[in-house]
Design a binder for this molecule. Structure first.
Ligand SMILES: CC(C)(COP(=O)(O)OP(=O)(O)OC[C@H]1O[C@@H](n2cnc3c(N)ncnc32)[C@H](O)[C@@H]1OP(=O)(O)O)[C@@H](O)C(=O)NCCC(=O)NCCS
Length: 163
């Protein structure tokens, strides 16, 4: 994992919300992120699998911090100007407050393209990504271990096929 500059002063969000800090994680926060992931995104699996993902050289781990608590996280792989989002999760009590949007915007800074897979039956996540400008670019049949299909969602800074 390439780490960011570490802890900085919280900023006011674009929505005027004070006290929510979006930044790259530091290494000693992995355990807290793993605990949040276990609550909000069981697909992530064990703390060890999260650790293995963020140990990849291209991996970035972003966190949203409110007060002393991590309330959201995003794991992505960045190769040149292309980003692949592996996981994004927000604490259930903090949803619909633009935490997810701000994590995604922070990770997309400097990128020209992004892609990710989302469960075909996960309408809420699809609504979130579509609202952020993602468009459906394909379907991967039986992509998940239980046989669920995945939709491939893409984003381009120039806009999608309808953007
Ligand atoms: C998907 C998720 C990350 C969204 O995070 P969030 O912080 O609640 O989202 P935001 O507040 O930034 O939402 C921005 C916009 O996306 C859309 N959106 C977000 N959640 C939505 C939902 N459940 N249903 C419909 N639209 C939704 C809305 O347009 C929303 O704007 P609005 O609240 O003004 O209507 C969060 O619901 C989550 O962690 N879910 C469980 C894990 C998951 O599914 N992760 C994604 C797949 S890897």
């Amino acid at each position: 994992m390439t780490t960011g500059p570490g802890r900085t002063a919280p900023e006011l969000g674009a929505d005027g919300r004070a006290g929510l800090e979006i930044r790259r994680a530091v290494h000693d926060e992995l355990g807290e992120v793993a605990a949040l992931a276990a609550r909000v995104l069981p697909d992530v699996g064990s703390a060890e699998s999260l650790q293995a993902s963020v140990a990849r050289p291209a991996a970035e781990l972003w966190v949203a911090v409110s007060g002393a608590a991590i309330v959201g996280f995003l794991v992505a792989l960045r190769v040149d100007a292309e980003l692949e989002v592996l996981w994004l999760g927000v604490d259930a009590g903090q949803r619909r407050r633009r935490v997810g949007a701000r994590l995604l915007d922070a990770a997309l800074a400097g990128c020209s393209r992004c892609h990710l897979e989302v469960r075909a039956n996960h309408r809420e996540a699809q609504a979130f990504y579509r609202q952020r400008g993602f468009f459906e670019a394909g379907r991967r049949r039986a992509y998940y271990p239980e046989g669920d299909d995945a939709l491939l969602l893409c984003w381009s800074r120039e806009g999608g096929p309808h953007g």
